[in-house]
Ligand binder design. Structure first.
Ligand SMILES: Nc1nc2c(ncn2[C@@H]2O[C@H](COP(=O)(O)OP(=O)(O)OP(=O)(O)O)[C@@H](O)[C@H]2O)c(=O)[nH]1
Length: 561
């Protein structure tokens, strides 16, 4: 591609609350500019991963360059897709750092929701031009007038600035393209400065190594150039550059103001850290500010179902984390489940998506333990301090039907099923977003699970003192169902220190495998005894109690699995 005049380039993202129609609008924009053909099969082209198509959510940001004719001139519109779910706001913030403007999509029926507000602030703080787009005006209950007033009240954007569209039917989508050209400023880049590019995403390709997505803040880059990354400080030769349409389309060169991809023989994603700056080896530049690293909020243990699959699972985890650098990985091991890892995720959906990608893309079968959140323990009598469980911070009326409330909650209370409860209590109307508010003192206790008095370390957990009884009781009941009866009685107890909170009893029972065998067929008897011995291998002894591995798995696995 020859040099494209910077004045005719627009770099933008679409931001929205989940399901407000971002991917549908992206598809329409791609169709109308001829990047893709208008067929049913092309639905949600930017949602590339299988898990994204299945769940109907965007996980990874994707990029597409569109050519658009307006007033007799060709414009290059670079669309950077962003995920809408609260767990992936890290992806949103890095996508918008490559842009000068955003389309803020709001469902004309639902109005402003939690992630509309969160995403608005990400764009506002980055000083981007914000174009409000009211989508789904074709719906019977759509009330674009009310939603435009909400936007004026909450974001201080005049309601006349809202574009009213139906992404599904294509109504007024041409206006969106026009307004992108009119309202969003072109990137600032001159042709004569040294090459300087921001790495805003990177993926790992088995054959070609790391593919980086870059936004050029200045200069130009082409095949054969020797470049360096500010973070890793290594020199690479550029093998290929190009634009994304949305599939890779090699070009001779990329110029300042453009967005595209670059391949330069990097073997590991660590070498191309997201937020890093690339420049020509001979012309060092000041590094761009980069991004705050993503912070893991939810932790879970992960183990292969069968230990013989440990090494293949390890390489699957390695490769998947190359494509998702926001997952933290630490090796871990457990008596019952063998060698595994302790993984950190941005949220629960992020964890589920990671698990699903392991299964779908790497054919791995794994056991995930119950997710937990990080705690800081202070070993002193100050633990006696009463903890807060949910403190209201403020409340703002968006209009006469909607209110935005801010609370301070312990993370542990919100990660597992808070969102589902909120949705069912409000018949699906309430939406929710959260950000880290730091550590707070709380009355937490370590609860042990004992089998005939012996603690089972894998099942120990940290709980709030007020919830110790109910969680202990539930766990004892689940264990009772999972551990087979044995020759003696087993006491299953939940205890805090020496104080027992809950107890279940598993009655004694003799499993006589030979009972089915009448007659004197010795080979049959041997076979049955051998089978029983094999079964024992899958057991773990706690004291003199045999606990099947499956018992740990079913107790540790989340209830809905
Ligand atoms: N009636 C109507 N439905 C729409 C319109 N735009 C999108 N939808 C529907 O709304 C649902 C969500 O649309 P998506 O485009 O997947 O939403 P999204 O914002 O990309 O969702 P995430 O990628 O998960 O953030 C789908 O069922 C769409 O068919 C519209 O203009 N009118």
């Amino acid at each position: 591609m020859s040099r494209f005049p910077v004045e005719n380039i627009r770099n933008f993202s679409i931001i929205a609350h989940v399901d407000h129609g971002k991917s549908t609008l992206a598809d329409r924009l791609l169709e109308m500019t001829g990047a893709i053909a208008k067929t049913e099969r092309n639905k949600q082209v930017l949602d590339k991963l299988q898990v994204e198509r299945e769940r109907g959510i965007t996980v990874k940001a994707q990029t597409a360059s569109l050519f658009y004719m307006y007033n007799g001139q060709t414009y290059l519109l670079n669309l950077i897709d962003t995920p809408g779910h609260v767990d992936f706001s890290y992806e949103v913030s890095r996508s918008i750092s490559a842009c000068q403007g955003v389309l803020l999509i709001v469902d004309a029926n639902q109005g402003i929701q939690a992630q509309t507000v969160a995403n608005f602030y990400l764009a506002f703080e980055a000083q981007l031009t914000i174009i409000p787009v009211l989508n789904k005006i074709d719906l019977k209950n759509a009330d674009p007038e009310r939603v435009a007033s909400q936007i004026e009240k909450v974001f201080d954007i005049p309601k006349e600035d809202c574009i009213r569209i139906s992404a599904k039917l294509g109504t007024n989508v041409d206006q969106v393209l026009e307004e992108i050209v009119k309202r969003i400023p072109p990137p600032v880049a001159r042709g004569d400065e040294p090459f300087k590019a921001l790495v805003f995403d990177s993926t790992f390709d088995h054959y070609r190594g790391v593919v980086t997505n870059i936004a050029l803040f200045g200069g130009q880059v082409s095949k054969g150039d020797k470049i360096m990354s500010a973070h890793a400080g290594k020199v690479y030769e550029v093998n290929e550059v190009g634009i994304l349409r949305p599939e890779e389309q090699p070009t001779d060169r990329l110029y300042g103001g453009q967005v595209g991809y670059l391949i330069a023989g990097m073997k590991e994603v660590k070498e191309a850290q997201i937020g890093d700056t690339l420049f020509h080896q001979k012309h060092p530049v000041e590094a761009l500010p980069g991004f705050k690293p993503a912070k893991a909020m939810v932790f879970a243990g992960m183990y292969p179902v069968d230990q013989s699959e440990y090494s293949s699972l390890r390489s699957a985890v390695d490769r998947l984390t190359l494509n998702d650098s926001s997952v933290t990985v630490q090796r871990d091991s457990s008596h019952a489940l063998g060698a595994g890892w302790r993984l950190g995720f941005l949220g629960l959906l992020h964890m589920e998506v990671f698990n699903q990608r392991l299964e779908q893309e790497y054919n791995a079968s794994v056991i995930m333990t119950v997710p937990t959140v990080p705690y800081k323990a202070v070993f002193s009598s100050a633990k006696l301090i009463k903890g807060h469980r949910g403190v209201q911070k403020n409340m703002v009326y968006i209009d006469d039907q909607r209110v935005m409330m801010k609370y301070l909650f312990p993370l542990n209370e919100v990660i597992v099923d808070f969102y589902d409860h909120l949705k069912s209590l409000s018949s699906g109307y309430a939406s929710f977003d959260y950000e880290d508010a730091g550590y707070q003192p709380a009355d937490l206790v370590k609860m042990d699970i004992l089998l005939n008095g012996k603690p089972v370390e894998e099942l120990a957990m940290i709980v709030h003192r007020d919830k110790a009884y109910s969680s202990g009781k539930a766990l004892c009941e689940r264990l009772k169902d999972c551990i087979p009866r044995q020759l003696f009685e087993i006491a299953v107890q939940a205890a805090i220190g020496s104080k027992v909170m809950a107890r279940e009893t598993i009655k004694a029972y003799r499993k006589n495998v030979l009972a089915k065998c009448y007659g004197g067929d010795i080979t049959r008897k041997m076979k049955l005894l051998k089978k029983q011995a094999e079964g024992k291998k899958k057991m773990r002894r706690i004291g003199n109690i045999e606990v099947p591995k499956d018992a740990f798995i079913s107790v540790l696995k989340r209830k809905d699995k």
